[in-house]
Design a protein around this ligand. Structure first.
Ligand code: NAI
Length: 441
Protein backbone atom coordinates (compact mmCIF):
# COMPACT_ATOMS: atom_id res chain seq x y z
CA UNK A 1 0.00 0.00 0.00
CA UNK A 2 1.34 3.41 -1.01
CA UNK A 3 1.72 5.84 1.91
CA UNK A 4 4.02 8.52 3.31
CA UNK A 5 4.08 9.10 7.05
CA UNK A 6 6.83 10.09 9.47
CA UNK A 7 7.42 6.90 11.43
CA UNK A 8 5.40 3.67 11.39
CA UNK A 9 6.71 2.72 14.83
CA UNK A 10 4.49 5.44 16.34
CA UNK A 11 1.39 3.38 15.46
CA UNK A 12 0.75 1.82 18.91
CA UNK A 13 0.48 5.17 20.69
CA UNK A 14 -1.57 6.61 17.86
CA UNK A 15 -4.02 3.72 18.00
CA UNK A 16 -4.62 4.26 21.73
CA UNK A 17 -5.29 7.95 21.15
CA UNK A 18 -7.72 7.13 18.31
CA UNK A 19 -9.62 4.84 20.71
CA UNK A 20 -9.55 7.52 23.41
CA UNK A 21 -11.16 10.01 21.01
CA UNK A 22 -13.74 7.43 19.89
CA UNK A 23 -15.18 7.25 23.42
CA UNK A 24 -16.25 10.88 23.09
CA UNK A 25 -17.82 10.45 19.65
CA UNK A 26 -21.19 8.75 20.20
CA UNK A 27 -22.92 10.32 17.19
CA UNK A 28 -20.23 9.21 14.77
CA UNK A 29 -20.31 5.78 16.46
CA UNK A 30 -24.04 5.50 15.79
CA UNK A 31 -23.51 6.43 12.13
CA UNK A 32 -20.62 3.97 11.91
CA UNK A 33 -22.71 1.12 13.33
CA UNK A 34 -25.38 1.75 10.70
CA UNK A 35 -22.72 2.03 7.97
CA UNK A 36 -21.29 -1.33 9.09
CA UNK A 37 -24.69 -2.94 8.66
CA UNK A 38 -25.97 -1.22 5.51
CA UNK A 39 -22.68 -0.53 3.66
CA UNK A 40 -24.06 2.57 1.86
CA UNK A 41 -20.64 3.52 0.47
CA UNK A 42 -19.77 0.06 -0.88
CA UNK A 43 -16.93 0.35 -3.42
CA UNK A 44 -16.84 4.17 -3.40
CA UNK A 45 -13.37 5.71 -3.57
CA UNK A 46 -13.08 8.59 -1.14
CA UNK A 47 -10.20 11.10 -1.00
CA UNK A 48 -9.88 13.21 2.14
CA UNK A 49 -7.75 16.30 2.76
CA UNK A 50 -8.32 16.95 6.47
CA UNK A 51 -6.25 17.70 9.57
CA UNK A 52 -4.81 14.28 10.42
CA UNK A 53 -6.02 14.00 14.01
CA UNK A 54 -7.55 11.29 16.20
CA UNK A 55 -11.06 12.48 15.30
CA UNK A 56 -10.32 12.40 11.58
CA UNK A 57 -9.05 8.86 12.05
CA UNK A 58 -12.44 7.89 13.48
CA UNK A 59 -14.18 9.51 10.52
CA UNK A 60 -11.96 7.52 8.14
CA UNK A 61 -12.87 4.30 9.97
CA UNK A 62 -16.58 5.10 9.76
CA UNK A 63 -16.34 5.71 6.00
CA UNK A 64 -14.33 2.52 5.54
CA UNK A 65 -16.91 0.56 7.53
CA UNK A 66 -19.53 2.00 5.20
CA UNK A 67 -17.73 0.25 2.34
CA UNK A 68 -15.57 3.14 1.06
CA UNK A 69 -11.93 2.88 0.03
CA UNK A 70 -10.39 5.92 1.66
CA UNK A 71 -7.09 7.77 1.20
CA UNK A 72 -6.08 10.69 3.41
CA UNK A 73 -3.70 13.64 3.22
CA UNK A 74 -3.24 16.68 5.47
CA UNK A 75 -5.09 19.95 5.04
CA UNK A 76 -2.31 21.89 6.74
CA UNK A 77 1.46 21.21 6.75
CA UNK A 78 1.74 21.58 10.53
CA UNK A 79 -1.44 19.98 11.89
CA UNK A 80 -0.64 16.30 11.34
CA UNK A 81 -0.43 14.02 14.36
CA UNK A 82 2.30 11.65 13.17
CA UNK A 83 1.30 8.83 15.53
CA UNK A 84 -2.27 8.90 14.18
CA UNK A 85 -1.03 8.84 10.57
CA UNK A 86 1.11 5.79 11.44
CA UNK A 87 -1.77 3.99 13.19
CA UNK A 88 -4.10 4.46 10.23
CA UNK A 89 -1.52 2.85 7.94
CA UNK A 90 -0.33 0.04 10.24
CA UNK A 91 -3.48 -0.86 12.17
CA UNK A 92 -6.16 -0.10 9.61
CA UNK A 93 -4.51 -0.34 6.18
CA UNK A 94 -5.60 3.16 5.19
CA UNK A 95 -3.22 5.01 2.85
CA UNK A 96 -2.12 8.25 4.52
CA UNK A 97 0.13 10.91 3.02
CA UNK A 98 1.01 13.39 5.77
CA UNK A 99 4.04 14.35 7.83
CA UNK A 100 3.98 17.12 10.43
CA UNK A 101 6.19 19.98 9.23
CA UNK A 102 6.14 18.97 5.55
CA UNK A 103 7.12 21.73 3.12
CA UNK A 104 4.73 23.19 0.55
CA UNK A 105 6.13 21.01 -2.21
CA UNK A 106 5.52 17.80 -0.21
CA UNK A 107 2.11 19.08 0.91
CA UNK A 108 0.92 19.29 -2.71
CA UNK A 109 2.62 16.02 -3.60
CA UNK A 110 0.53 14.41 -0.87
CA UNK A 111 -2.65 15.95 -2.28
CA UNK A 112 -1.61 14.53 -5.67
CA UNK A 113 -1.19 11.07 -4.12
CA UNK A 114 -4.79 11.18 -2.88
CA UNK A 115 -5.97 12.30 -6.32
CA UNK A 116 -3.97 9.46 -7.88
CA UNK A 117 -6.16 7.06 -5.91
CA UNK A 118 -9.04 8.12 -8.19
CA UNK A 119 -11.59 9.42 -5.65
CA UNK A 120 -15.27 9.74 -6.55
CA UNK A 121 -16.09 11.74 -3.43
CA UNK A 122 -13.68 14.14 -1.74
CA UNK A 123 -13.59 15.75 1.70
CA UNK A 124 -11.78 19.03 2.25
CA UNK A 125 -10.91 21.37 5.09
CA UNK A 126 -9.98 24.63 3.39
CA UNK A 127 -10.62 23.52 -0.21
CA UNK A 128 -7.02 22.78 -1.21
CA UNK A 129 -7.91 19.36 -2.67
CA UNK A 130 -10.87 20.71 -4.64
CA UNK A 131 -8.86 23.72 -5.86
CA UNK A 132 -6.11 21.39 -7.04
CA UNK A 133 -8.70 19.33 -8.94
CA UNK A 134 -10.00 22.54 -10.54
CA UNK A 135 -6.47 23.57 -11.54
CA UNK A 136 -5.96 20.10 -13.07
CA UNK A 137 -9.13 20.52 -15.12
CA UNK A 138 -7.81 23.71 -16.70
CA UNK A 139 -5.06 23.89 -19.30
CA UNK A 140 -3.24 26.79 -17.65
CA UNK A 141 0.05 25.20 -16.76
CA UNK A 142 2.03 28.44 -17.26
CA UNK A 143 0.07 30.21 -14.50
CA UNK A 144 0.55 27.55 -11.83
CA UNK A 145 2.81 27.90 -8.82
CA UNK A 146 5.84 25.63 -8.65
CA UNK A 147 4.12 23.32 -6.13
CA UNK A 148 1.02 22.98 -8.26
CA UNK A 149 2.85 22.47 -11.55
CA UNK A 150 4.58 19.37 -10.13
CA UNK A 151 1.08 17.96 -9.50
CA UNK A 152 -0.02 19.00 -12.98
CA UNK A 153 2.93 17.30 -14.64
CA UNK A 154 2.18 13.92 -13.10
CA UNK A 155 -0.55 13.21 -15.63
CA UNK A 156 -1.29 13.78 -19.32
CA UNK A 157 -4.20 16.04 -20.27
CA UNK A 158 -6.45 13.02 -20.87
CA UNK A 159 -5.53 11.47 -17.52
CA UNK A 160 -6.20 14.73 -15.70
CA UNK A 161 -9.63 15.02 -17.31
CA UNK A 162 -10.42 11.41 -16.43
CA UNK A 163 -9.44 11.93 -12.77
CA UNK A 164 -11.54 15.07 -12.39
CA UNK A 165 -14.42 13.49 -14.35
CA UNK A 166 -14.73 10.74 -11.71
CA UNK A 167 -15.79 13.15 -8.98
CA UNK A 168 -19.45 12.85 -8.03
CA UNK A 169 -19.30 15.44 -5.29
CA UNK A 170 -17.31 16.88 -2.41
CA UNK A 171 -17.73 18.11 1.13
CA UNK A 172 -16.12 21.13 2.77
CA UNK A 173 -15.46 21.45 6.48
CA UNK A 174 -14.54 25.08 7.18
CA UNK A 175 -15.68 28.68 6.67
CA UNK A 176 -12.68 29.66 4.54
CA UNK A 177 -13.15 26.64 2.25
CA UNK A 178 -16.84 27.40 1.80
CA UNK A 179 -16.00 31.03 0.90
CA UNK A 180 -13.52 29.81 -1.77
CA UNK A 181 -16.04 27.34 -3.19
CA UNK A 182 -18.90 29.84 -3.28
CA UNK A 183 -16.59 32.13 -5.22
CA UNK A 184 -15.93 29.30 -7.74
CA UNK A 185 -19.68 28.64 -7.98
CA UNK A 186 -20.46 32.36 -8.47
CA UNK A 187 -18.02 32.42 -11.38
CA UNK A 188 -19.81 29.33 -12.78
CA UNK A 189 -16.52 27.43 -12.57
CA UNK A 190 -17.44 24.84 -9.96
CA UNK A 191 -17.27 21.43 -11.63
CA UNK A 192 -19.28 19.27 -9.20
CA UNK A 193 -21.67 19.64 -6.25
CA UNK A 194 -20.24 20.45 -2.83
CA UNK A 195 -21.93 20.04 0.54
CA UNK A 196 -20.86 22.89 2.83
CA UNK A 197 -20.68 20.91 6.06
CA UNK A 198 -19.51 24.08 7.82
CA UNK A 199 -22.91 25.66 7.21
CA UNK A 200 -24.78 22.94 9.10
CA UNK A 201 -25.99 24.26 12.45
CA UNK A 202 -24.57 21.23 14.22
CA UNK A 203 -21.17 22.23 12.80
CA UNK A 204 -20.45 25.97 13.05
CA UNK A 205 -22.58 26.66 16.14
CA UNK A 206 -20.54 24.15 18.13
CA UNK A 207 -17.24 23.31 16.41
CA UNK A 208 -16.32 26.88 15.43
CA UNK A 209 -17.52 28.38 18.71
CA UNK A 210 -16.85 25.89 21.51
CA UNK A 211 -14.20 23.86 19.69
CA UNK A 212 -12.08 26.80 18.52
CA UNK A 213 -12.76 28.63 21.78
CA UNK A 214 -11.32 25.91 23.97
CA UNK A 215 -8.59 24.58 21.70
CA UNK A 216 -7.17 28.00 20.80
CA UNK A 217 -6.64 28.77 24.47
CA UNK A 218 -5.24 25.24 24.84
CA UNK A 219 -2.74 25.88 22.01
CA UNK A 220 -1.60 29.18 23.55
CA UNK A 221 -1.19 27.59 26.97
CA UNK A 222 0.69 24.53 25.74
CA UNK A 223 3.02 26.72 23.67
CA UNK A 224 3.71 29.39 26.30
CA UNK A 225 2.62 28.19 29.75
CA UNK A 226 1.69 31.85 30.44
CA UNK A 227 -1.03 33.10 32.80
CA UNK A 228 -4.18 34.28 31.05
CA UNK A 229 -5.83 35.75 34.17
CA UNK A 230 -5.43 39.50 34.37
CA UNK A 231 -3.96 39.74 30.86
CA UNK A 232 -5.20 41.99 28.05
CA UNK A 233 -6.45 39.59 25.39
CA UNK A 234 -7.32 40.86 21.90
CA UNK A 235 -9.58 38.80 19.62
CA UNK A 236 -9.68 39.93 15.97
CA UNK A 237 -12.99 38.87 14.41
CA UNK A 238 -16.22 38.17 16.30
CA UNK A 239 -17.66 35.45 14.06
CA UNK A 240 -18.37 31.93 15.26
CA UNK A 241 -14.75 31.25 16.20
CA UNK A 242 -14.12 34.70 17.65
CA UNK A 243 -17.15 34.46 19.93
CA UNK A 244 -15.77 31.21 21.32
CA UNK A 245 -12.23 32.48 21.85
CA UNK A 246 -13.43 35.71 23.48
CA UNK A 247 -15.82 33.81 25.77
CA UNK A 248 -13.17 31.35 26.93
CA UNK A 249 -10.46 33.99 27.39
CA UNK A 250 -12.87 35.93 29.60
CA UNK A 251 -13.65 32.72 31.48
CA UNK A 252 -9.97 32.42 32.34
CA UNK A 253 -9.90 35.93 33.76
CA UNK A 254 -8.53 37.94 30.85
CA UNK A 255 -9.72 41.44 30.02
CA UNK A 256 -10.92 40.86 26.47
CA UNK A 257 -10.88 43.33 23.56
CA UNK A 258 -12.64 42.58 20.28
CA UNK A 259 -11.87 44.10 16.89
CA UNK A 260 -14.30 43.83 13.97
CA UNK A 261 -15.09 45.26 10.52
CA UNK A 262 -18.79 44.31 10.62
CA UNK A 263 -20.93 46.76 12.60
CA UNK A 264 -23.54 44.16 13.64
CA UNK A 265 -20.93 41.73 14.96
CA UNK A 266 -19.16 44.62 16.69
CA UNK A 267 -22.42 45.64 18.36
CA UNK A 268 -23.02 42.05 19.45
CA UNK A 269 -19.57 41.98 21.03
CA UNK A 270 -20.30 45.24 22.89
CA UNK A 271 -23.58 43.85 24.23
CA UNK A 272 -21.84 40.60 25.17
CA UNK A 273 -19.73 42.79 27.43
CA UNK A 274 -16.45 43.03 25.52
CA UNK A 275 -14.44 46.16 24.82
CA UNK A 276 -14.61 46.92 21.10
CA UNK A 277 -12.15 49.22 19.35
CA UNK A 278 -10.01 49.47 16.21
CA UNK A 279 -6.98 47.21 16.17
CA UNK A 280 -4.69 50.25 15.98
CA UNK A 281 -5.86 51.08 19.51
CA UNK A 282 -6.06 47.53 20.87
CA UNK A 283 -2.55 46.84 19.52
CA UNK A 284 -1.10 49.20 22.17
CA UNK A 285 -2.80 47.35 25.00
CA UNK A 286 -2.76 43.64 24.24
CA UNK A 287 -0.62 40.96 25.87
CA UNK A 288 -2.17 38.25 23.66
CA UNK A 289 -3.59 38.63 20.17
CA UNK A 290 -5.62 35.98 18.32
CA UNK A 291 -6.82 36.40 14.73
CA UNK A 292 -9.92 34.42 13.68
CA UNK A 293 -11.21 36.39 10.71
CA UNK A 294 -10.56 34.25 7.62
CA UNK A 295 -9.13 37.52 6.23
CA UNK A 296 -5.65 38.56 5.11
CA UNK A 297 -3.03 40.85 6.76
CA UNK A 298 -5.18 41.65 9.79
CA UNK A 299 -2.22 42.26 12.14
CA UNK A 300 0.41 44.19 10.18
CA UNK A 301 3.37 46.60 10.39
CA UNK A 302 1.45 49.54 11.86
CA UNK A 303 0.21 47.26 14.66
CA UNK A 304 3.59 45.66 15.41
CA UNK A 305 5.00 49.19 15.62
CA UNK A 306 2.92 50.03 18.70
CA UNK A 307 2.74 46.66 20.48
CA UNK A 308 4.12 46.18 23.98
CA UNK A 309 7.41 44.42 24.56
CA UNK A 310 6.66 40.68 24.80
CA UNK A 311 3.24 40.81 23.09
CA UNK A 312 2.19 37.39 21.80
CA UNK A 313 0.40 36.94 18.48
CA UNK A 314 -1.37 33.79 17.34
CA UNK A 315 -3.77 32.84 14.58
CA UNK A 316 -6.65 30.39 14.63
CA UNK A 317 -8.08 31.30 11.23
CA UNK A 318 -7.66 28.76 8.46
CA UNK A 319 -4.69 30.17 6.52
CA UNK A 320 -1.42 31.58 7.80
CA UNK A 321 -2.13 34.94 6.16
CA UNK A 322 -3.85 36.78 8.99
CA UNK A 323 -0.60 37.91 10.64
CA UNK A 324 1.76 39.72 8.25
CA UNK A 325 4.90 37.81 9.16
CA UNK A 326 6.83 39.22 6.20
CA UNK A 327 6.39 42.71 7.60
CA UNK A 328 7.48 41.49 11.04
CA UNK A 329 10.57 39.80 9.58
CA UNK A 330 11.47 43.03 7.77
CA UNK A 331 11.14 45.04 11.00
CA UNK A 332 13.23 42.60 13.03
CA UNK A 333 16.92 42.38 13.78
CA UNK A 334 16.75 38.75 14.88
CA UNK A 335 14.44 35.82 15.48
CA UNK A 336 14.89 33.12 18.08
CA UNK A 337 12.94 29.94 18.75
CA UNK A 338 12.38 30.06 22.51
CA UNK A 339 10.25 26.90 22.84
CA UNK A 340 8.48 24.64 20.34
CA UNK A 341 6.08 26.81 18.31
CA UNK A 342 7.27 30.00 20.04
CA UNK A 343 9.34 32.40 17.90
CA UNK A 344 10.57 35.64 19.42
CA UNK A 345 11.30 38.49 17.01
CA UNK A 346 13.52 41.31 18.30
CA UNK A 347 12.75 44.63 16.65
CA UNK A 348 15.24 47.39 15.91
CA UNK A 349 14.04 49.39 18.95
CA UNK A 350 14.63 46.41 21.23
CA UNK A 351 10.97 45.36 21.70
CA UNK A 352 10.21 41.66 21.33
CA UNK A 353 7.14 40.28 19.56
CA UNK A 354 6.35 36.61 20.06
CA UNK A 355 4.68 34.61 17.27
CA UNK A 356 3.03 31.30 18.13
CA UNK A 357 2.77 28.34 15.75
CA UNK A 358 4.38 30.24 12.87
CA UNK A 359 1.07 32.05 12.40
CA UNK A 360 -0.71 28.82 11.47
CA UNK A 361 -3.82 27.46 13.28
CA UNK A 362 -2.45 27.58 16.83
CA UNK A 363 -5.00 25.08 18.16
CA UNK A 364 -3.86 22.38 15.74
CA UNK A 365 -0.17 23.25 15.61
CA UNK A 366 0.57 23.66 19.32
CA UNK A 367 -2.32 21.57 20.73
CA UNK A 368 -4.46 18.75 19.34
CA UNK A 369 -7.28 20.68 17.67
CA UNK A 370 -10.85 20.57 18.88
CA UNK A 371 -11.91 18.15 21.61
CA UNK A 372 -13.41 14.93 20.24
CA UNK A 373 -16.86 15.59 21.71
CA UNK A 374 -17.33 18.57 19.41
CA UNK A 375 -15.73 16.98 16.33
CA UNK A 376 -18.22 14.16 16.91
CA UNK A 377 -20.97 16.32 15.43
CA UNK A 378 -18.88 17.87 12.63
CA UNK A 379 -17.68 14.47 11.49
CA UNK A 380 -21.09 12.83 11.81
CA UNK A 381 -22.23 15.64 9.47
CA UNK A 382 -19.32 14.77 7.17
CA UNK A 383 -20.17 11.06 7.12
CA UNK A 384 -23.84 11.80 6.40
CA UNK A 385 -22.82 14.28 3.68
CA UNK A 386 -20.67 11.62 1.97
CA UNK A 387 -23.58 9.16 2.11
CA UNK A 388 -25.90 11.83 0.67
CA UNK A 389 -23.48 12.53 -2.21
CA UNK A 390 -23.07 8.83 -3.02
CA UNK A 391 -26.86 8.49 -3.12
CA UNK A 392 -27.85 11.77 -4.76
CA UNK A 393 -24.66 13.39 -6.12
CA UNK A 394 -25.33 12.42 -9.74
CA UNK A 395 -28.62 14.35 -9.69
CA UNK A 396 -27.19 17.50 -8.09
CA UNK A 397 -25.95 20.54 -9.99
CA UNK A 398 -22.42 21.94 -9.57
CA UNK A 399 -23.39 24.23 -6.71
CA UNK A 400 -22.64 24.65 -3.02
CA UNK A 401 -25.38 22.91 -1.01
CA UNK A 402 -26.23 22.95 2.67
CA UNK A 403 -26.41 19.64 4.46
CA UNK A 404 -30.12 18.67 4.21
CA UNK A 405 -31.90 19.93 7.33
CA UNK A 406 -33.20 16.51 8.47
CA UNK A 407 -29.60 15.21 8.63
CA UNK A 408 -28.50 18.27 10.65
CA UNK A 409 -31.39 17.67 13.06
CA UNK A 410 -30.64 13.95 13.29
CA UNK A 411 -27.12 14.75 14.48
CA UNK A 412 -28.42 17.11 17.18
CA UNK A 413 -30.98 14.54 18.34
CA UNK A 414 -28.42 11.75 18.68
CA UNK A 415 -26.01 14.09 20.49
CA UNK A 416 -28.70 15.06 23.01
CA UNK A 417 -29.64 11.40 23.49
CA UNK A 418 -26.00 10.48 24.09
CA UNK A 419 -25.85 13.16 26.78
CA UNK A 420 -28.96 11.71 28.43
CA UNK A 421 -30.95 14.85 27.71
CA UNK A 422 -34.52 14.73 26.45
CA UNK A 423 -36.62 17.67 25.33
CA UNK A 424 -40.32 18.47 24.94
CA UNK A 425 -42.45 17.80 21.87
CA UNK A 426 -45.05 20.20 20.49
CA UNK A 427 -48.59 19.32 21.52
CA UNK A 428 -51.16 19.13 18.67
CA UNK A 429 -52.58 22.42 19.92
CA UNK A 430 -49.14 24.06 19.82
CA UNK A 431 -48.49 22.73 16.32
CA UNK A 432 -51.76 24.22 15.10
CA UNK A 433 -51.02 27.51 16.87
CA UNK A 434 -47.54 27.83 15.45
CA UNK A 435 -48.69 27.17 11.89
CA UNK A 436 -51.72 29.43 11.76
CA UNK A 437 -52.27 33.17 11.46
CA UNK A 438 -55.87 33.34 12.63
CA UNK A 439 -55.20 32.68 16.31
CA UNK A 440 -54.53 35.53 18.64
CA UNK A 441 -56.72 37.96 16.73
P1 NAI B 1 -17.09 34.03 10.48
O1 NAI B 1 -17.36 34.49 9.09
O2 NAI B 1 -18.22 33.59 11.36
O3 NAI B 1 -16.30 35.18 11.28
C1 NAI B 1 -15.24 35.93 10.78
C2 NAI B 1 -15.38 37.34 11.37
O4 NAI B 1 -14.18 38.07 11.11
C3 NAI B 1 -16.54 38.12 10.75
O5 NAI B 1 -17.38 38.59 11.78
C4 NAI B 1 -15.85 39.25 10.00
O6 NAI B 1 -16.60 40.45 9.99
C5 NAI B 1 -14.56 39.41 10.81
N1 NAI B 1 -13.48 40.06 10.08
C6 NAI B 1 -13.14 39.95 8.77
N2 NAI B 1 -12.07 40.73 8.50
C7 NAI B 1 -11.72 41.32 9.66
C8 NAI B 1 -10.70 42.23 10.03
N3 NAI B 1 -9.82 42.70 9.14
N4 NAI B 1 -10.63 42.64 11.33
C9 NAI B 1 -11.53 42.19 12.26
N5 NAI B 1 -12.52 41.32 11.95
C10 NAI B 1 -12.61 40.90 10.67
O7 NAI B 1 -16.01 32.88 10.34
P2 NAI B 1 -15.63 31.76 11.44
O8 NAI B 1 -16.49 30.57 11.25
O9 NAI B 1 -15.51 32.39 12.76
O10 NAI B 1 -14.17 31.33 10.90
C11 NAI B 1 -13.06 32.23 10.99
C12 NAI B 1 -11.81 31.52 10.45
O11 NAI B 1 -11.50 30.42 11.30
C13 NAI B 1 -11.97 30.91 9.06
O12 NAI B 1 -10.75 31.01 8.38
C14 NAI B 1 -12.31 29.46 9.34
O13 NAI B 1 -12.04 28.63 8.25
C15 NAI B 1 -11.40 29.21 10.52
N6 NAI B 1 -11.75 28.10 11.41
C16 NAI B 1 -10.74 27.63 12.17
C17 NAI B 1 -10.96 26.58 13.04
C18 NAI B 1 -9.83 26.08 13.86
O14 NAI B 1 -9.83 24.90 14.22
N7 NAI B 1 -8.87 26.91 14.24
C19 NAI B 1 -12.27 25.94 13.16
C20 NAI B 1 -13.31 26.56 12.37
C21 NAI B 1 -13.04 27.61 11.53
Amino acid sequence: MDHHVKDLSLAEGGELRIQWAEREMPVLRRVRERFCKDRPLEGTKVGACLHVTTETANLMLALRDGGAQVALCASNPLSTQDDVAAALVVKHGIPVFAVKGEDKHTYYNHIASVIANGPEVTLDDGADLISTLHFLAQDREGELSHSLSQVFERWSGEERKALVGRIVGSTEETTTGVIRLKSLADQKKLLFPVVAVNDADTKHLFDNRYGTGQSTIDGILRATNRLIAGSMFVVCGYGWCGRGVAMRARGMGARVFVTEVDSIKALEAVMDGFMVMPLAEAARRGDFFVTVTGDVAVIRKEHFEVMKDGAMVANSGHFNVEIDLEALEAMSLSKQRMRPFVDEYTLKDGRRIVVLGEGRLVNLVAAEGHPSAVMDMSFADQALAVEYLVREGKDLEPKVYKLPRPLDEEVAKIKLESMGISIDNLTPQQERYLSSWEMGT
